[in-house]
Write a protein that binds this ligand. Sequence first.
Ligand code: CMP
Length: 137
Amino acid sequence: MNRTFTMIKPDAVGNGHIGAILEKINASGFNIVAMKLTKLSKSDAEKFYQVHSERSFYGDLVNYMTEGPIVAAILQKTNAVDDFRVLIGATNPAEAAEGTIRKLFATSISANAVHGSDSDENAKIESNFFFKNDERF
Ligand code: CMP
């Protein structure tokens, strides 16, 4: 079993899609091993997306991610990182495949409904960012 980390982003939470997204996640064989509804401060969002700090969209991304509540969760499944990225679809919802979470629920490349870790290493780092190495998970 492997793990990945996800956030349901402010657009999807605000548009009432938490339930539908979690249903798709479960139906695709992922177990939710930790989950919380929370809100990012500006410094939380800056740290979480530090890797993008040189990108032109960094400021907009930080502002957007602090606009409203998010759901943070750790998901478990064989091949979790890659399978979850298939389930969510391309970063830009205009390019996301039919049936993917971003195709169904995202509104733009910034407001793209969900985050998914891009490697096992980042899945651990991102999970610990929200769940602080909590041994219960
Ligand atoms: P996410 O998977 O959370 O990781 C970085 C985020 O930056 C990405 O989803 C997008 O929501 C956001 N983003 C905003 N603009 C761009 C862009 N032009 N290219 C890539 N990512 C972008």
